[in-house]
Design a protein around this ligand. Structure first.
Ligand SMILES: Cc1cc2nc3c(=O)[nH]c(=O)nc-3n(C[C@H](O)[C@H](O)[C@H](O)COP(=O)(O)OP(=O)(O)OC[C@H]3O[C@@H](n4cnc5c(N)ncnc54)[C@H](O)[C@@H]3O)c2cc1C
Length: 556
């Protein structure tokens, strides 16, 4: 396993290249861009084994005066000597040698009993890679299948109590199931193509392979999950929904601690290898893992607010008044503030709405989602700063679970300030900067409503300063961003996980264990749908390969 590049590509007979900076006019057919890419690497178009856009983004610099696409194209072509023109393009950075794409399966020991915990992207792709590689896979998920999960999520949003197993974070599909389904977090991994192909096979639009703004949307994600489940069941994967993993039975071996069985509220599952894809909010699960001797450490994570604007303000600010902006759909943004305390926008949902990412009663946490058509009149994004363990320590929380302690404290503070009804404390951006409470009607897409509050005072000082700096800077990029039409609601604490389950260097194994594979966002090795899916698949491949300690992980 691992990346194949350079000479290794030659040995396999294929070379993979990424050609960047290709211009495509708005109406220009794709085949013409592919032809330019093939020419750049000196390949005859007929000899190209595969070609796809790796990225296609709109160049909106100049506010609509010269709108066009800028593309990156990935090609796999027969390996051969590098012509001088290609050598020059490589030197200039226009062409890059990339890893030859890999498939999900690996040659493993057939019939290995693999148990996967969590049916988020990490767990689903772990189960898929394991099953394709010949393992007997059981997938345990505390929440229900999407059809039933959805009903419980709706019941909460209609005023019911939050369900600890079925909410916006837990249940079939994991945390990303109610999201924009953005796939921007490209990781340039040889498994990326295989994961995208599986998503498309399950019903995702084909353009997710290349659109720099690729997104699936909550509605389509919900239609994809039953198809992905059917594919997995055809491969022999057994699903156990509504089953919570509660512990592990272990024994000591010469090569480290070995998990013999997973303990669940539905009984014991004997196993040869355990892959944990428990997500970034698995607080009670981390508790029993720590008690069972699994190493854990605090990691940096993000804290901030959700900022919401009328979509029209964002689209006009990004594309200008050019009528072609109508062709491009609702604009998004991805902004950085490199002030004294840095901050950035994250998980931007054009035409979306703000939702309550709540897994525990009495705590409030916001996030964003949108449907495939981006049809709402609102645009929202997280506006967050990263807190490292030292910053969290300065706020009175220490130890491996310090971040969870701070998350809980802030989530309860905002819940109480919102009046204890899941209404979100809110403040206009202009009032936040002036340090004033907002008056009048605070309109928002957030279903539980906005409750006027001094968000600036509810946030830790460091977070407040970071957001204030970001608002002023972002207002220069998008006029009106920090004005009356910008609304800050909070709190946003679950954009990323606060805990890492460190793996042995160069492997996917939990430290000190011989058959335990923590993966995905809950292990601290992924952030987003794509990276979680890839990490889960890699962990399962390592588990199935049997030579538990010989697999190498890319970050190792
Ligand atoms: C509202 C929202 C919007 C998002 N939008 C995007 C986006 O647009 N693009 C993007 O790339 N990312 C997005 N993300 C992030 C993305 O969803 C996560 O990075 C990704 O889901 C992580 O995958 P995972 O498999 O590691 O964990 P998760 O998806 O969190 O899945 C973990 C699963 O494990 C289960 N579990 C935990 N403990 C146990 C236990 N003890 N027993 C049984 N089951 C257990 C949980 O129920 C859960 O289903 C969003 C997240 C949220 C919350």
């Amino acid at each position: 396993m691992g990346m194949a590049s350079g000479a290794e590509q030659g040995e396999r007979g294929w070379a993979a290249w990424r050609v960047s900076g290709l211009r495509q006019e708005l109406q220009e057919p794709d085949r013409e861009v592919f032809a330019k890419a093939a020419k750049a690497v000196g390949a005859h178009p007929a000899a190209v084994k595969s070609q796809r856009f790796a990225r296609r983004s709109i160049d909106a610099r100049g506010r609509g005066r010269d709108l066009h696409f800028v593309c990156q194209v990935d090609l796999v072509v027969p390996a051969g000597p590098t012509p001088p023109r290609l050598r020059r393009l490589i030197r200039s950075g226009k062409v890059l040698s990339t890893p030859v794409p890999e498939s999900l399966e690996v040659r493993g020991q057939a019939g290995r009993r693999l148990v996967v915990v969590g049916a988020g992207p990490g767990g689903l792709f772990a189960a898929l890679a394991g099953a394709l590689s010949g393992a007997e896979v059981t997938l345990v998920e505390r929440g229900e299948a999407i059809e039933h999960r959805g009903r419980k999520v709706v019941a909460f949003h209609r005023g019911g109590a939050p369900d600890p197993d079925n909410n916006l974070l837990f249940g079939d599909g994991g945390a990303g199931t109610y999201s924009d389904g953005k796939l921007y977090t490209r990781v340039s991994d040889p498994l990326e193509t295989a994961v995208i192909d599986e998503l498309v096979r399950a019903g995702a639009p084909a353009d997710i392979a290349f659109d720099a703004r690729a997104h699936i949307g909550t509605d389509v994600l919900h239609r994809m999950l039953p198809r992905l489940r059917a594919r997995l069941e055809d491969l022999g994967v057994r699903f156990q929904y509504g089953v919570r993993a509660t512990g592990m039975a272990c024994r000591d071996g010469a090569d480290g601690r070995r998990v013999r069985a997973l303990l669940t509220d539905g009984g014991e599952l004997e196993l040869d290898a355990l892959v944990l894809c428990i997500g970034h909010s698995a607080r009670d699960t981390w508790d029993w893992l720590a008690a069972g001797g699994v190493a854990m450490e605090a990691k940096p994570f993000q804290v901030g607010v959700r900022v919401e604007h009328p979509q029209e303000l964002i689209t006009r600010g990004r594309y200008g008044p050019d009528p072609l902006a109508g062709v491009l759909g609702p604009a998004s943004y991805n902004l950085q503030s490199r002030g004294e305390v840095p901050a950035h926008s994250f998980c931007m949902c054009p035409g979306g709405r703000i939702v309550a990412s709540v897994s525990e009663a009495g705590g409030l946490c916001t996030n964003g989602m949108s449907n495939s058509r981006h049809s709402s009149r609102w645009a929202n994004a997280a506006l967050v700063t990263t807190l490292d363990p030292a910053a969290v320590g300065a706020l009175g929380h220490t130890g491996p679970m310090a971040g969870v302690g701070l998350q809980r404290e802030l989530e309860r503070r905002f819940f109480d300030a919102g009046g204890g009804t899941y209404a979100a404390p809110a403040q206009r951006a202009s009032d936040f900067l002036r340090g004033e409470r907002s008056s009048g009607d605070l309109r928002t897409s957030y279903g539980f409503g906005a409750s006027p509050a001094r968000v600036d005072q509810l946030l830790p000082e460091r977070v407040r300063d970071a957001i204030a700096g970001a608002l002023s800077r972002f207002d220069r990029a998008i006029p009106g961003f920090a004005g009356e039409d910008g609304l800050l609601v909070g709190i946003e604490t679950r954009s990323s996980g606060p805990v890492r389950l460190p793996r042995d260097r160069g492997s996917f194994q939990a430290q000190g264990f011989a058959n335990l594979f923590p993966a995905g966002e809950g292990a601290g090795y992924a952030g987003g749908i794509m990276s979680a899916a890839i990490d889960g698949a890699r962990a399962a491949r390592a588990a199935v390969a049997g030579a538990d300690r010989s697999e190498t992980s890319p970050e190792g």
